[in-house]
Design a protein around this ligand. Structure first.
Ligand code: AMP
Ligand code: ZN
Length: 109
């Protein structure tokens, strides 16, 4: 999707501060971090929202990559928060599925 911001990052057309990538996903730092560590993990494949992600294998893969990136790449041993905003009412602004990984401080409720 050439008009999708995160597809353009995934293709390398737009720059991002990548922390991890493989054939299926990439993870990069949020440009407006809301915690000392704030990374977005996305599937390379364009999926607009969590509600559109019908493939159980994709959902499992995303969660496995969240574990790996948070612990092995970002070193968030003390813990972290995982957030997925879904549609406008959930605060979603970019309509390419992304998982926020937030850490580096004690997260308030
Ligand atoms: P959401 O509100 O869940 O859709 O989150 C979108 C996130 O994308 C926000 O936290 C933005 O700060 C972040 N964001 C927007 N544009 C970029 C970009 N070019 N590179 C990195 N993060 C971005
Ligand atoms: Zn996209």
């Amino acid at each position: 999707m050439s008009d999708c911001l995160f597809c353009r990052i995934a293709s390398g057309e737009l720059p991002a501060e990548l922390v991890y990538e493989d054939d299926d996903v990439l993870a990069f730092r949020d440009i407006h971090p809301k915690a000392p560590t704030h990374v977005l993990l996305i599937p390379r494949r364009h999926v607009p929202t969590l509600a559109d992600a019908e493939d159980p294998a994709l959902l499992a893969l995303l969660m496995q990559r969240v574990q790996y990136v948070a612990d092995e790449v970002l070193g968030l041993a003390a813990g972290y928060r995982v957030v997925i905003n879904v549609r406008e009412g959930g605060g979603q602004e970019v309509f390419h599925l992304h998982i926020h990984i937030l850490g580096g401080k004690k997260m308030p409720f």
